[in-house]
Design a protein around this ligand. Sequence first.
Ligand SMILES: Cc1ncc(COP(=O)(O)O)c(C=O)c1O
Length: 383
Amino acid sequence: MDVYLDHGASTPVDRRVLDAMRPYFTEYYANASSLHSGGAEAANALAESRKTLADSINAKAEEIVFTSGGSESDNLAVKGVAYGLRDSGRHIITTGIEHPAVLETCRGLEREGFNVTYLPVDEEGFTDPNVLSESIKDDTILVSIIHGNNEIGTIQDLRALGEVCGDQDVVFHSDAVQSHTKTEVDVVKQGLGLASFSAHKIHGPKGVGALYVREDLKGSLRRQIDGGGHEYHLRAGTENVPGVVGYGKAVSLARKSHVKHMVRLRNKLADSLLELPDTMLNGPRGDRRLCNNVNVSFKHIEGESILLGLDAKGISVSTGSACSSKSLTPSHVLAAIGRRPEDSHGSIRFTLGRDNTWEEIDYVIVSVGEVVERLRWMSPFVG
Ligand SMILES: Cc1ncc(COP(=O)(O)O)c(C=O)c1O
């Protein structure tokens, strides 16, 4: 049996998404900026997707800037504010558990003379709004805090964090790439000025994403790709019309029932895996965790060996975040929640999708038990 449990890395494109995209490659292929009727057709399709995405996060259509994905959206948010508001201050606040698209961007800005505060998180990965409040200074221009963590599934209380930013009049950005359609993203309620999204995590195509830019911030953001006046002068380049159409379709197909289904499968998988000896759950339990994320440390054995053992049984998982899973340094997220390097090395991330079944989860539970038992039997670390 083949079981794909790496939806946090990417998801299959839904057939209906592909069907919606297809005509925009071969029939409605005009440039959306062209003034002829073909161009208008493409522009209308962009407008429709913009509205669909905006509605899903309680934003206005004019506040959506399409990009090439979550990484570009994060870069545009963080560098855009840093360069756009550098005359007002050079201090940025983020956390130690961000995706590299934010973390590395902040490190780059530090090399250019910006000051960055990396807030600590508790043992479940939560940022304390009081600690955030105390960290804001007169020259703070941006707070960037991930919504749903891609490794351990922690869902931050954006509303409480957004309130702090609002009270102190600082721009608030959140990377909502993993959380969008899985838990509520409401840019108004959550006090967001900027938020990043990506299509391929929600059964849309790769290479498409979006940045929500609150209307009043449009003038403050320095665009990162110079050229024509596309996307409200915030991102030059001919729009990826088929990709954006697919993205809109993917958003429209998301259902609360999918979330409920994934929560049930997640709980069954987590509860069963934690019955194995010497296992630890990384991240919180319950509704403060992404509906599709289970991250478990298996003591005394290597995550890579578990991954390969499961791969041989047709099961696809990840050893950490998709983007860092090829590196040997322990995950910065697991380190931030206090996991020892040896426990981080034995961690596996299972990320569910809406099409996974109970039978698949039963098969995964049995298979993990077999692989872990065999590896521990061979491990020099088990007495
Ligand atoms: C939280 C988070 N942010 C950003 C990204 C990057 O998104 P993209 O692959 O669309 O560049 C990812 C992808 O793994 C992610 O999980």
